[in-house]
Structure formats: structure tokens, C-alpha cells
Design a protein. Structure first.
Length: 199
């Protein structure tokens, strides 16, 4: 059974509002013990333990002490609460690491906006197509929209044709997530980059 280095006191956590109750802070009479290491802990403490079984909390605290790990409450609202016997510091580290990875993945989705008017000329259109190609090659999404000011709202068809032409120009670089649609006074289309990034 792997033991953690730098053994700390069993009841040293004094956070005002800890996210998880551990060790002596768990005061319910019974708990449900889960985890991949339950049988291994059972061997270490000379008990036959099964994951998912309900045990007296006092006994579970004793087992955690014997293997120099922590009793950590994972699901406090379950009846009885669900706990694991694990290294709490390692558990927190893994949790933070996962949260960081999720955050990093979310942050990678960059959206670049490209705005048109219903009367955009060819020169301006080509200029915006070049920009969009660059954004898509870099892995960013492109949100293209036609903004209708005042009476130009009557030119919805013109705006749709413009966006469809824009999509056609970018078909080697990205794919439309849906057909152009109206949102307020804007007709919008979202384009996701194709898998191959800039070489």
C-alpha cells in the first residue's frame, strides 16, 4: 500500500468552508465506501472490504489512519454520504489539474467576427474573405454577419446570397455550423475550421 510522504496530523484541516469534509469533520454515523483501492485497503488493515458497501464511519476513519490516508466525503447529500479513502492533497491536485484542462480547452475556441453590409462591394468582400481564410487556418471560428440598418432590412435576400457566396469561397477552409439565420437586425452564420491547420 503506497503511503504518502510527510505524514500530517489526521485532523489538521481548518478551512472555514472546506469544499469536501474529511477525516474528523465527517460526523455521520455511517458512510458508503467507494473507490478502486477499497480491496487493497482491506488487505492492509486485515478486513474484507467491498466497494459500495455501507460501514460505520468510526471504522472507516480507523482504516484511513492505519494506511496513512484521508477519509474524504465525495457525495455529502447521498444517504448515507459516499466517501473514499485517498490522499486528500493528491485528490485536490488531480481535481485542479482536470479543471485547468477543461478551462484550457474552452479558452482555445477563438471566435473572430466579420461584418458585412447588404451592399458590400466586391473589393471589400474579397478583403474579408482573405481575412476569414487566415482565421480559419489558425483554428479560429468565424462568425460572419450582415447588419441591416434602417430600411436596408428589406434586403434580407441580398444578405443571404452574400453569406452563401462567402461560405462558397471558404469551403476548403471551413464548414458552416448551420445555414444563415436572422437574429434581430443581423443575418448570421458561424463557420468552424476544417481539421487541417496552417502548415
Amino acid at each position: 500500500m503506497a503511503k504518502r510522504s510527510g505524514r500530517r496530523g489526521f485532523n489538521t484541516r481548518t478551512d472555514n468552508k472546506p469544499e469536501f469534509r474529511i477525516n474528523e469533520h465527517i460526523r455521520v454515523p455511517e458512510i458508503r465506501l467507494v473507490g478502486e483501492n477499497v480491496e487493497e485497503i482491506g488487505e492492509a488493515v486485515g478486513q474484507q472490504l467491498e466497494a459500495g458497501t455501507v460501514y460505520p464511519t468510526r471504522a472507516a476513519k480507523d482504516w484511513a489512519r492505519k494506511v496513512e490516508l484521508d477519509l474524504v466525503e465525495i457525495s455529502p447529500n447521498a444517504k448515507p454520504p459516499v466517501v473514499k479513502i485517498i490522499d486528500f492533497n493528491k485528490f485536490l491536485y488531480e481535481k485542479k489539474k482536470k479543471e485547468k484542462e477543461i478551462k484550457a480547452k474552452a479558452a482555445k475556441t477563438v471566435i473572430k467576427e466579420i461584418r458585412f453590409g447588404p451592399n458590400t462591394d466586391d473589393h471589400d468582400f474579397d478583403f474579408k474573405v482573405r481575412h476569414a481564410k487566415g482565421f480559419l487556418e489558425d483554428g479560429a471560428k468565424v462568425k460572419a454577419y450582415v447588419h441591416f440598418r434602417g430600411r436596408t432590412i428589406v434586403f434580407k435576400e441580398r444578405g443571404e446570397l452574400l453569406l452563401l457566396r462567402f461560405l462558397k469561397e471558404l469551403e476548403d477552409y471551413g464548414t458552416a455550423e448551420a445555414l444563415p439565420k436572422m437574429e434581430g437586425r443581423r443575418m448570421i452564420v458561424m463557420i468552424s475550421p476544417k481539421k487541417s491547420k496552417k502548415k
